[in-house]
Design a protein around this ligand. Structure first.
Ligand code: COI
Length: 364
């Protein structure tokens, strides 16, 4: 039976003045709305007890399995306010399906797609005042973070018999504090993010935890993010900690690393493969060696590079650095022409400024 998410309203919501101040300049991931959606799964009863309740601390035993064995997955998507005030999400069914794949990999229960979308709708309906207005040029939205974790208090290593699903919401502006400035990337040679047969294709917290040491190393070298290579040979480009990568060549190919099982299949990545074709590019998914990046920039074969993800949308990549070397930037001060055309096209669809010919939008 489909879950219903009944609302118990937060008795102490943020005041209108507090909310307006936050929506004026939300940053990313710092502020949260008044409510959260929650549902419980038990081995005996399946999914039940859907609810929307006040956002606040969760009660978890110190022995909860997630705290010890990281049996946890999550998703990221956004709610966009269109000019007429209506609120939409972008390809939420793709997030629901990816969460189901992540669940299978982490031995968690699958939340049916209709329940996933119902949880988003219930939360966004309760907190609709938190969805920022987004006049042209602004990229404000309400970032939605569904997550699922092993809440059973048990220290044996086995799939949990009690699991919690929740959705929280956070008003969001640009992911990087510098706005649309090109990012500098560091090649992580000491650390891999994921290996063959591991969890790299699942959206689980462990992948992000394992990317942090590489990211820290990059920051120590003046970079914004790390690029991870394949764990076996340290030869092929995989992804950044939380974003996929694209390369534009001078003969209009749009290249991205093919999905090898250790790369996350980004919803933005797959949308850009479609949009690229519509913009006259030739999208290709293939193995790409890190040396091709260095040589391609040096020879002028690669003309633009960008990273993409729900949070970061499309972010131009400038310099690439490694121990003892770097490439010059291909991004100028604010990203190349093609990068910005893809970015604008995607945002125009998400904010309802052009027709959604793909059927990618779902009203919440
Ligand atoms: C997203 O883009 O939604 C992610 O989950 C990645 C993270 C860097 C915020």
């Amino acid at each position: 039976m489909a879950l219903s998410f009944e609302l118990s309203a937060n008795p102490n919501p943020a005041s209108e003045a507090e909310r307006s101040a936050i929506l004026e300049n939300p940053g990313f991931g710092k502020h949260f709305t008044d409510h959260m959606a929650v549902a419980t799964w038990t081995k005996d009863a399946g999914w039940h007890d859907g609810r929307v309740t006040a956002y606040g601390p969760i009660s978890l035993m110190p022995s909860a399995a997630v705290l010890h064995y990281a049996q946890e997955i999550f998703e990221g998507l956004k709610a966009y306010r269109h000019a007429d005030g209506s609120i939409w999400s972008f390809r939420p069914e793709a997030n629901a399906q990816r969460m189901a794949r992540s669940a299978a990999r982490l031995a968690l229960p699958v939340l049916p797609e209709e329940d996933f979308i119902a949880s988003l709708r219930a939360l966004v309906t309760a907190d609709q005042a938190w969805v920022p207005e987004a006049p042209d040029g602004s990229e404000k939205s309400l970032y939605l973070r569904p997550f699922m974790y092993a809440s059973e208090a048990f220290l044996g290593v086995r799939p949990a018999n009690e699991v919690t699903f929740s959705v929280i919401a956070s008003p969001a502006g640009a992911y990087f504090s510098g706005g649309l400035k090109p990012v500098t990337l560091w090649i992580s040679q000491h650390y891999a993010r994921a290996g063959a047969g591991g969890t790299g294709a699942a959206k689980c917290g462990g992948n992000y935890a394992s990317s942090l040491a590489g990211q820290l190393e990059g920051i120590e070298h003046g970079c914004d993010q790390a690029v991870f290579l394949d764990a076996a040979t340290q030869t092929f480009i995989e992804e950044l900690g939380g974003m996929n990568l694209f390369f534009v060549t001078k003969d209009n190919r749009l290249l991205t690393p093919e999905l090898t099982g250790s790369i996350l299949e980004g919803v933005t990545r797959s949308s850009i493969l479609d949009l690229g074709k519509e913009l006259g590019l030739d999208p290709q998914e293939q193995r790409i060696e890190i040396e091709q990046w260095k040589d391609g920039v040096a020879s002028g074969e690669i003309v633009e590079i960008f990273a993409c993800g729900t949070a970061a949308v499309v972010t131009p990549v400038g310099e690439l650095r490694w121990e003892g070397g770097s490439t010059p930037s291909t991004a100028g001060a604010a990203g190349g022409e093609i990068t910005n055309a893809i970015r604008s096209r995607l945002l125009d669809i998400q904010y309802g400024r052009v027709e959604d010919t793909h059927g990618w939008l779902t009203q919440l």
